[in-house]
Design a protein around this ligand. Structure first.
Ligand code: PNS
Length: 163
């Protein structure tokens, strides 16, 4: 079975991420959405909350639950890939600004394990400028993010930020 690992911080998952996940499901039989569990990265949502939101989003998308696994990982991504018997890392590209960071990461991962390939999918252009950090800032300042994130995320952002 072709398996791709789709890693990220997902703090929280946005419609940009879901467009990558949907594209990933066209290309691969199974996609594992892997949330980075890193205590040093200050997050708004706990890893558990992030995983719950992703699971709710998968249901909202109507994706086949047998083809999407939601998990978390610590340590090196390539080690996690090996543990899951996956040889593909799935990442999304939005505007050109993503390119340098993604190139660095893909090359580092190739240096660490040359059997693992990074595959990029272009985000839906409607969400080219949607980033988790910006969504959190706009939500914190009272802006409407309901068009930019899945329904369950919008709900949790409202309750987390007391709106
Ligand atoms: O959504 P993000 O924050 O851009 O995702 C970054 C992520 C989680 C893919 C990256 O930080 C990662 O893979 N971290 C695990 C540690 C690792 O393997 N580092 C070496 C490759 S850069």
């Amino acid at each position: 079975m072709s398996i791709a690992i789709y890693p990220g911080s997902f703090d929280p998952i946005t419609n940009g991420h879901t467009s990558i996940l949907t594209g990933g499901l066209v290309a691969f039989e199974k996609v594992v959405v892997a949330v980075l569990d890193n205590e040093r990265k200050k997050a708004l949502f706990s890893v558990e909350e992030r995983m719950e939101m992703i699971r709710e989003t998968v249901l909202e998308l109507g994706a086949d639950p047998d083809r999407v696994e939601v998990d978390c990982f610590e340590g090196l991504l390539v080690d996690y890939c090996r543990k899951k018997n996956a040889r593909v890392i799935l990442r999304g590209l939005r505007a050109v600004a993503d390119f340098e960071y993604e190139l660095q990461m893909a090359n580092m991962n190739r240096h660490l394990n040359e059997d693992i390939e990074t595959v990029f999918i272009m985000a839906n252009d409607a969400y080219f400028y949607v980033a988790s950090n910006m969504v959190k800032e706009v939500a914190r300042l009272g802006g409407d993010v309901s068009q930019l994130v899945p329904e369950s995320v919008a709900r949790r952002l409202r309750s987390k930020l007391g709106r």
